[in-house]
Ligand binder design. Structure first.
Ligand code: ADP
Length: 267
């Protein structure tokens, strides 16, 4: 599935295997200023039932996330993590309760309103990248900007800025199938950021990557958060969470079992 919408810390100690310089906080373009709200995301008594008879996938959850936070959502498989993320992204609606993002009650939006919300406020990255294989790297990154009506010259400049910061500029005319997993995920991150979303949401972003590449992506996410990007990542990977998250929410059977601010972040 393609979502039209789907990056700051110290420079990574390791040099990428392709010999190029790593992306750094200073090289990653700044994130937008947000409309003023106390919480960027506010979930109140949110329940999601896919099937009336089954136990709810998400069960009476309340969460408040401030602008600039980096949050890891952890828990066993099937515990409701993706469902929660999808409701924050406006990809799914709660059965009951309210979801407010950037001051907007997104559970009340029409389909058109939701599509507009996703284009403007949300960047998403996925385990399997979800790039369009018949489009070049540059066109994949440009597409959400085009869908959002960004003027062509501005969109090209923004895409170029991100492709360079994410060290995929030399691959701009390649097709995704020619790239490594880590390069594909960096393209997906560029695509997610092209419209300067308030929220960057990631669902198991290192799940298909080897350990070293996963760490590289974790460092990029950490760099992004250090530059102000609000970041929420669903992951099974404690190393990834330790690399960027300042807050860890654990969910079991659709309910929050712990919500803790982390002090010993590996950054
Ligand atoms: P996690 O991301 O923690 O693995 P999910 O949010 O994917 O958990 O799933 C939570 C529960 O909701 C699971 O029981 C899963 O089978 C169910 N579920 C998820 N998506 C759907 C769907 N589209 N239709 C029906 N049930 C679903």
């Amino acid at each position: 599935m393609y979502s039209p919408n789907s990056l700051g810390a110290d420079p990574p100690a390791r040099r990428p295997r392709d010999g190029s310089m790593p992306a750094t906080a200073a090289s990653i373009p700044a994130v937008p200023s947000l409309p003023h709200t106390d919480a960027l995301i506010l979930l109140d008594e949110v329940t999601k039932r896919y099937d009336g008879d089954a136990a709810p996938a998400v069960d009476g959850v309340g969460i408040q996330i401030a602008p600039g936070e980096s949050v890891a959502v952890m828990g066993p498989s099937g515990s409701g993590k993706s469902t929660l993320l999808n409701m924050m992204a406006g990809l799914d609606r709660p059965t009951s309760g309210t979801v407010t993002v950037a001051g907007q009650r997104i559970d009340q939006l029409s389909e058109t309103g939701l599509a507009r919300f996703r284009r403007r406020q949300v960047g998403m990255i996925f385990q399997f990248f979800n790039l369009l294989d018949d489009m070049t790297v540059a066109d994949n990154v440009l597409l959400p900007a085009q869908l959002a009506g960004m003027p062509a010259a501005k969109a090209r400049a923004r895409a170029d800025e991100l492709l360079t910061a994410l060290r995929i500029g030399p691959h701009r005319n390649a097709y995704p199938a020619r790239l490594s997993g880590g390069q594909r995920q960096r393209v997906a991150i560029a695509r997610a950021l092209v419209n300067r979303p308030a929220l960057l949401l990631a669902d198991e972003p290192t799940g298909a990557l080897d350990t070293a590449t996963g760490q590289e992506i974790g460092e990029l996410l950490a760099d992004l958060n250090s530059s102000g990007q609000t970041l929420i990542v669903v992951t099974h990977n404690p190393d990834l969470a330790a690399r960027y998250a300042r807050r860890v929410i654990e969910i079991v059977d659709g309910r929050i079992t712990s919500d803790a601010h982390v002090t010993g972040v590996l950054r």
